[in-house]
Structure formats: structure tokens, C-alpha cells
Ligand binder design. Structure first.
Ligand SMILES: [Zn+2]
Length: 407
């Protein structure tokens, strides 16, 4: 049982001076009179674990310190992927959608069965990379989607454009229609990497979600709102990360010297785009960092960019990574809110993000599925396990009933 003075419920409400009762992996009650208190989080801000709708959980810097992208299968790459998962969880992200690589599957499964600590992972495995006619006929594209489903994909990632610099469509409307329609038939959502015209095409094709979306017109965005297509834009961290780690990206595929000034120029463009999206009534905007080498565990920085540089309302920023993010994943009945019946995915911040958004950097408590993974809150007398060690526990506690209610 958790005592809290301020709980953001994930849907835009603030609950004051209450208690969250957890049994097994789930929240069973919100009851100010419940007791006894196992975790006293008063003075902190308690909220649902964040959801990042767009990460590349296995992408890392290689042994030589340089960007290795997704391809690594060495022992170092495998450990790095596990480390990415750990730092992401420690940063307060309890669910991520990785879009990704086929290497995601083993990590997803290890975390799901409790043998490694990390966020809940949904993965696209291998993406469908648009290459014009070479991508295949609509029937071949449908077969590719079914193949991903058979391989265990939780969703389908589609590249319908190259980059902000080369924004022309790499799939025809017909090809995109086939991909998103087949995925729907297979019960899978579709995430479409799109800029400019590809944004409208993805919405017309009935795809679930658009990644990035920059260079879309207001009319394209209005169509998305009308069709209920989710938008996952970025507020700058992904670009800032390339500049921060320039020497590690420079000369690796896609990163010649001349690209870096353009990356720098793109940051205000991303800001302007997101400002424009906020003015479109009914457009559903969620949180996705596009975390890759160098930015795992720094996902929350994009909240700061959103609020500071774009003017996003802090509560809206939180909700985009809570109940709205859960809804986009089709998991609103499981995660994204603090309410009875939902998974006990709860974090606490030292500070109030509604007043000072940089509080998102100070995640001091993380519980996922009822298991406490991080507890650096100051009320240590309540959190000392047997032998006097702070009760920062991971997979070893899984299987014990009522982890958070047992002392
Ligand atoms: Zn990406």
C-alpha cells in the first residue's frame, strides 16, 4: 500500500492525500483510509508509469563506442540491449513500444517472464521498409505482414517516407492500403514513419499511428483527427542526441558530416510542427521519443522539450504518456491510469511536474506489475528489507504474492 499526497491519475485529474492499495500485480483500491502504509510517498508526485510509443530498445553504441544501429548480435550488444531496458525502466518508463528490430523479441520475452528487469515491451520486429515498386505488390506486402505476425510481432512498423530531407513517399497509396488493411485483419496496429504527403496517405489507408509527421499540412492533420489516426511527434531530444553524441554517429550509415548542420536546423522545425499540431481540434497526440543509441533512459527529456520549447501544457504532456498512450496501444484497460483493476505500474517524482517540468528527471520510485524496482524516496525506515538492505528489488521478488503490501 502506497500513501501519497499528490497522485496524477493519468487521465488529467489530481488526487490529494490518498492511498493506493496493491495486491499481486494490480491496483485494487484507491482508499484514503487504507492501511498499513508500506511505501510512504507523501511529498512526492505519484503517477502511472510512463509509456513511450516509439523506442529502438536494442539500438546502441558498439564496442568501439560508435553508433552500431540495430544490427548487433555480439555478447556486448546483447548486454547493451538489456542495459537499455534497465535504464529505461529506472527512468520511469514501464511500457515501451519498440520499432525496433527482430532482436527485440528475446528481450521482450525475458522481461515478460521475469528473468530480466525492464519495461513491458511491444515490438514490431522487422519493419516494412518502403522501396517503391521493389517493396512488392499489394499481395506480397500482405504476405509480409502475415509473416511478421507469425514471427510474434505485436504491431507492424512501416516506412512510408525516407527522412525529413527526402520526404517523398516510398510506398504508393495502394501499397500502404494493403499493409494497413492486412495488419488490421491480423489484429495488429500499424505505425507509419511518415513526413509530408505520406502522413495523409497513412491516414487514408486507415493505419493506426503516424510517427514524426513533420511537413504535414493542417489539412492532413485535420484528416488525421477526423479519422482518429494517432500522431506521435517528437519535440527535439532525438535531434539533440545526435548533436550531443556527434562523434559517435559521425561516419556511421546515414550520418555524413554534412548532415549535422541540417539536424541542428531541424530542431526549430520540429518545434514549429508540434505547435501547429496543438491547434488541430481532436488530434490525438501521444508520447514517443524515438530513443536510440545515446538516448535510452533519457526519454523524459522530451517532456521538457515539449513543455519548455513547444508550450505543451504539463498535464497534457503527462497524459500523452499515460492514459492516452495506453489507449493508442489498445491497452487502456491494463495500463496508463491509477485506478482499481489496472496493473500496478506506478512511479514517483521528487517534485511537481505541473509546476516545474524538470521534475521528470527525478524518478525516485518505480513499481511495475506490483514489483518494486526502484525506491530512492527519503522515508527509508519503511523500505528497508531483511538484512538492512534498501528494498530495491527486481525479478527475484516476482511470484511472491502481494509484493507491495507485504513487509
Ligand atoms: Zn524510430
Amino acid at each position: 500500500m502506497i500513501a501519497a499526497s499528490a497522485v496524477l491519475d493519468g487521465k488529467g485529474r489530481v488526487l490529494r492525500n490518498t492511498r493506493v492499495v496493491i495486491e499481486g500485480s494490480k491496483i485494487v483500491a484507491i482508499d484514503p483510509k487504507a492501511g498499513p502504509v508500506d511505501y510512504d510517498l507523501r511529498g512526492l508526485t505519484v503517477l502511472p508509469g510512463w509509456i513511450d510509443a516509439h523506442v529502438h530498445i536494442t539500438w546502441s553504441f558498439g564496442k568501439d563506442g560508435r553508433n552500431a544501429g540495430s544490427g548487433g548480435t555480439t555478447p556486448e550488444a546483447t548486454l547493451q540491449a538489456a542495459s537499455n531496458a534497465w535504464v529505461t525502466l529506472m527512468a520511469g518508463f514501464t511500457t515501451v513500444q519498440s520499432v525496433g528490430s527482430s532482436a527485440d523479441a528475446a528481450l521482450r520475452d525475458a522481461i515478460a517472464n521475469g528473468t530480466l528487469p525492464g519495461p513491458r515491451i511491444l515490438t514490431a520486429l522487422e519493419p516494412l521498409a518502403g522501396r517503391g515498386d521493389q517493396t512488392g505488390t499489394p499481395d506480397e506486402i500482405r504476405a509480409y505482414v502475415r509473416k511478421q505476425k507469425e514471427a510474434g510481432a505485436d504491431l507492424i512498423k512501416i516506412f512510408a517516407a525516407n527522412s525529413i530531407r527526402r520526404s517523398e513517399m516510398t510506398l504508393s497509396q495502394e501499397q500502404l492500403n494493403a499493409a494497413c488493411d492486412e495488419a488490421k485483419k491480423q489484429g495488429l496496429r500499424t505505425l507509419v514513419h511518415a513526413y509530408k504527403d505520406a502522413v495523409r496517405a497513412a491516414s487514408i489507408a486507415g493505419c493506426t499511428q503516424v510517427e514524426h509527421g513533420t511537413l504535414a499540412t493542417d489539412d492532413d492533420l485535420k484528416l488525421m483527427a477526423q479519422k482518429g489516426t494517432w500522431l506521435d511527434p517528437q519535440a527535439g531530444l532525438v535531434m539533440e542526441n545526435y548533436l550531443l553524441n556527434k562523434e559517435k554517429f559521425l561516419g556511421t550509415p546515414g550520418f555524413p558530416e554534412e548532415v549535422f548542420p541540417m539536424i541542428e536546423k531541424n530542431i526549430p522545425m520540429y518545434h514549429e510542427f508540434m505547435k501547429r499540431t496543438l491547434k488541430i481540434p481532436g488530434l490525438k497526440i501521444i508520447f514517443g521519443l524515438d530513443a536510440l543509441a545515446g538516448s535510452h533512459g533519457r526519454n523524459a527529456e522530451d517532456f521538457i522539450d515539449r513543455v519548455r520549447d513547444v508550450g505543451v501544457d504539463p498535464m497534457a504532456a503527462m497524459v500523452s504518456a499515460n492514459s492516452l498512450g495506453a489507449e493508442a496501444l489498445g491497452m487502456a484497460d491494463q495500463i496508463g491510469s491509477i485506478a482499481p483493476g489496472l496493473e500496478a505500474d506506478i512511479i514517483a517524482l521528487d517534485g511537481d511536474p505541473l509546476k516545474e517540468i524538470t521534475a521528470v528527471r527525478r524518478v525516485v520510485f518505480v513499481i511495475k506489475g506490483g514489483v518494486v524496482y526502484k525506491n530512492q524516496s527519503s522515508n527509508r525506515n519503511l523500505q528497508v528489507g531483511k538484512g538492512g538492505l534498501p528494498l530495491i528489488v527486481g525479478a527475484s521478488l516476482r511470484g511472491r504474492p502481494n509484493v507491495a503490501t507485504k513487509r
